[in-house]
Design a protein around this ligand. Structure first.
Ligand SMILES: Nc1ncnc2c1ncn2[C@@H]1O[C@H](COP(=O)(O)OP(=O)(O)OP(=O)(O)O)[C@@H](O)[C@H]1O
Ligand SMILES: [Mg+2]
Length: 253
């Protein structure tokens, strides 16, 4: 429980155990967008996969766009959830025919560490996956909807120039039953839609005051409350904001 003392009132924010949150408080409707913002190592990827594991199925698959050349958390979770790691999009159709449909895919293109080669490659791979998911297709296979997860949504939008494609999913994905889940280390540089369109927001404790003030502007609730609550968060815990129906709680580490 976090208790905030304002001038005139006390606000108590309930803390919910992580397992209980994931098992019984986490209610996700297809097409809803999720935004997770927290400093490096706060546990964004871990949280996203914990939430995703409850939601993704072979008929409602998740596609994770992995930008980093290496990531221990991704390496641990994707195989653990039975998600198929592919280097290129769409997945090989011949293999797809004979293998059981997984509850998700991790698109993880290899890196040569030469930006001149890697940048265009990653751009085209991620672009094909975003457009495919927006059109509810895994290659030739039609799906009813699913999740598109970008671990570094600010980088995807700016570095790889995919803001336009991401905006399509944020603005029209809901009617397609395609939810865009985006994580970011910093609350600025993130496309506005990451906040405006998200049904579920998770905010970590950012040591930078400017970041916390930015949090205050995006929550859609009392800015001071959001700023102060995130400042008091323990390591790896989150301030959770749900837009409809309105809910606010702390998710423990
Ligand atoms: N709830 C938790 N309790 C304890 N440790 C955690 C928790 N969540 C994540 N961790 C640990 O913190 C480390 C970072 O987790 P994770 O990779 O999910 O963070 P991240 O925010 O995605 O980091 P990055 O910004 O580098 O992508 C990992 O070692 C992970 O096991
Ligand atoms: Mg991460």
């Amino acid at each position: 429980m976090i208790v905030l003392d304002g001038e005139k009132r006390r606000v108590r924010i309930q803390e919910v155990d992580r397992q209980e949150f994931v098992d019984s408080r986490w209610v996700y409707k297809p097409g809803q967008h999720v935004t997770i913002v927290g400093p490096t190592d706060w546990g964004k990827t871990t949280l996203a996969y914990q939430l995703m594991e409850k939601v993704a199925t072979p008929n409602f698959p998740a596609v994770s766009l992995v930008m980093k050349p290496e990531d221990d958390t991704v390496q641990l979770w994707l195989p653990g959830m039975g998600h198929r790691i592919v280097q290129s999009w769409p997945p090989n159709p011949a293999k797809e025919m004979v293998q059981a449909k997984p509850p998700g895919y991790g698109l993880w293109p290899p890196h040569t560490f030469d930006a001149k080669i890697d940048d265009p490659r990653l751009y085209w791979e991620f672009r094909r996956a975003i457009i495919g998911m927006y059109g509810k297709r895994i290659g030739q296979r039609k799906i009813k909807g699913g999740i598109l997860f970008s671990d570094e949504v600010a980088g995807l939008a700016r570095l790889y120039n995919l803001a336009r494609q991401l905006d399509n999913v944020w603005e029209r994905g809901r009617s397609q039953n395609v939810g865009l889940w985006g994580a970011s280390q910093r609350p600025y540089n993130v496309p506005q839609n990451a906040y405006g369109m998200a049904a579920h927001l998770f905010l970590g404790n950012d040591p930078d005051k400017r970041s916390r003030q930015r949090y205050g502007e995006i929550g859609g609730v009392d800015p001071k409350l959001v700023e102060n609550a995130t400042m008091l968060l323990q390591d790896h815990s989150w301030l959770y904001l749900r837009r409809k129906p309105r809910a606010l709680c702390i998710v423990s580490a």
